[in-house]
Ligand binder design. Sequence first.
Ligand code: ADP
Length: 336
Amino acid sequence: MTTGGHRVFSGMRPSGRLHVGNYVGALQNWVAMQDEFECIYCAVDVHALTDMQGEDTREIRPNVREMVLDWLAAGIDPDRSLVFAQSQVPEVMVLHTLLSMVTPLGWLMRVPTFKDKVRQMQETEESVSYGLVGYPVLMTADIILYKADTVPVGEDQLPHLELAREIARRFNHLYGPTFPEPQARLTEVPLVVGLDGAHKMSKSLDNHIELAASPEETTARIATAFTDPERLRRSDPGRPWVCNVYSLHKLFNPGRLDEVYQGCTSAQLGCVEDKRLLADGVNENLAAFRERRSEFESRPGYVEDALREGARRAQAIARETLAEVQERLGLASVAL
Ligand code: ADP
């Protein structure tokens, strides 16, 4: 394996079954990075708790399983990459506490996503949980516990990563060089718009296409997609450049783009048929993924074993880092 000496860390909150936006926007990139780097992929289930104050958390566990099944089916190789659930390596929570001692509160309160989140949750800065404020500290701990130096992110995550570097730098400055400063690897991934044609594809907006859905479900779902709003009659020519179904063709039907474009703009191809062509493209594209997924799903203990082994290997690295940190901080050890 060529790792170029870099270690990648990336996490996803366990939201259950993933959709084609997650696939195109993140997962395919994760799979590709395995050829270049040593990769650590984490289902960040503790992060899932940060905005669930008082909510039912029992869905987290099955959601981890469903999401990791998607990862493995997409080609994340648990023999090459570390794949585990965050809570299974509790050392991260110890490091989080220790890092919280060197992180000024002002740094956290200034993070733009914190203010956004408070507004979105219709809470106040006083009423949200301590854990929500500390989210970027836990994220920093996730990354530097494994001494990862490369973090693939979208632009929206840049402020978090800047903060992670500041926390690592401050620790290194106060207690001696311990952590690499993690660098963002800005990944150009397309933003997939949902079937409503208006918003980012997202499970919470229910405008998504699930990767693990059956071909029939996929076809039925795509049939509900919004197309060009000005194409009112079957005989009206369509405008593929404003139509999200056409953007999805670009991703899932690259071989038929010309045919679709010509058909739509000349009104020879109606929206109903167009969406059926898209569904065929999506189903063909995902056939191998879906086959692998159901095979993995039916192998008893497959996901659990992958996660257990991933946690075991991750924990070995984590313990080493933590011992070093405790030493730097002058904390008690068995050899006083
Ligand atoms: P997070 O795990 O960061 O809270 P999500 O669960 O929404 O975010 O998504 C997981 C990953 O999939 C993230 O890297 C996110 O950028 C990507 N993603 C989610 N929705 C889309 C979309 N509609 N288009 C492209 N990428 C997406």
